[in-house]
Design a protein around this ligand. Structure first.
Ligand code: SF4
Length: 250
């Protein structure tokens, strides 16, 4: 069981259709780079570790996700031990990461499924596959959805794929590059091709940073957003604020 690096864990487009112009994302990327700093890929990591870490990262922050992961690998030194432990024991290890009652059985089911299919708990064989085959192989494992599979390929294997999380989905919709009708599960298929392969890692981590710091789900801070000029949702929001201010002063 290897330790992972911290997972850190992009002109408005058309509102219709399934996707939109790549130009808003291209314009957003340098702004986010200046704002949050360049993001370099971590070195190669254990794919199983990244897969488990991605499951742990759901609905929590990096600190709590990492704390649960560190505790898990400290208490149980092999993935087989995690797979075979009483589920309550795994739950206690990862409680800090939240949703332990859901995540623990999911982690165990995934590890057991890998072992059942491959004979042991490792994913290094994915290195021999192209992106599409590796993605299909991962998502065929019970408990592994598109985001978890793509994060494993992006973070552990350096592949030029583009996982979409809730922050990215929200920002892409607000920027008008992703139609509301495109589901979470399908969003990576629309957004990935809009981003240069060499930029997908940086776009992924920088959009998440922006979603956490500024473009929050309930109250985006549009008045302080550096990509406001590229964002139709933000411009509508600010027009409302400006109009209200005008009414109040009349
Ligand atoms: S302008 Fe507002 S809605 Fe648009 S990206 Fe910025 S914070 Fe989000």
């Amino acid at each position: 069981m290897r330790r992972r690096e911290n997972l850190q864990l992009p002109k408005p487009g058309p509102a219709g259709g399934t996707g939109g112009s790549a130009s808003p994302l291209r314009s957003v990327l340098p702004i986010l780079r200046r704002l949050y700093g360049p993001r370099r890929r971590p070195g190669r990591q254990d794919p199983v570790g990244v897969l488990v870490a991605t499951i742990l990262s759901q609905n929590t922050n990096d600190a709590n996700s990492s704390a649960g992961y560190e505790r898990l690998i400290r208490k149980m030194t092999t993935w087989d031990a995690v797979a075979d432990a009483p589920t309550g024991q795994v739950e206690r290890c990862i409680r800090v990461s939240g949703l332990a009652k859901t995540k623990a059985p999911r982690i165990q089911a995934t590890l057991r499924e890998i072992r059942r299919r491959r004979g042991r708990i490792e994913l290094d064989f994915l290195a021999e596959m192209d992106d599409g085959e590796a993605f299909r192989t991962l998502t065929a494992f019970k408990g592994v959805g598109p985001k978890t599979a793509l994060c494993t390929l992006l973070f552990a294997m350096g592949r030029a794929v583009f996982p979409v999380d809730t922050h990215i989905l929200r920002i892409a919709r607000r920027l008008g590059v992703l139609d509301e009708k495109v589901s979470f599960a399908m969003a990576h298929e629309v957004l990935g091709p809009l981003i240069q392969p060499r930029d997908r890692y940086a776009m992924h981590v920088l959009l998440i940073a922006h979603g956490r710091a500024v473009c929050k789900a309930a109250r985006p801070i549009c008045g302080q957003c550096r990509i406001l000029q590229l964002c139709p949702h933000g411009q509508r929001t600010m027009e409302g604020v400006w109009n209200k201010g005008q009414e109040d002063t009349n």
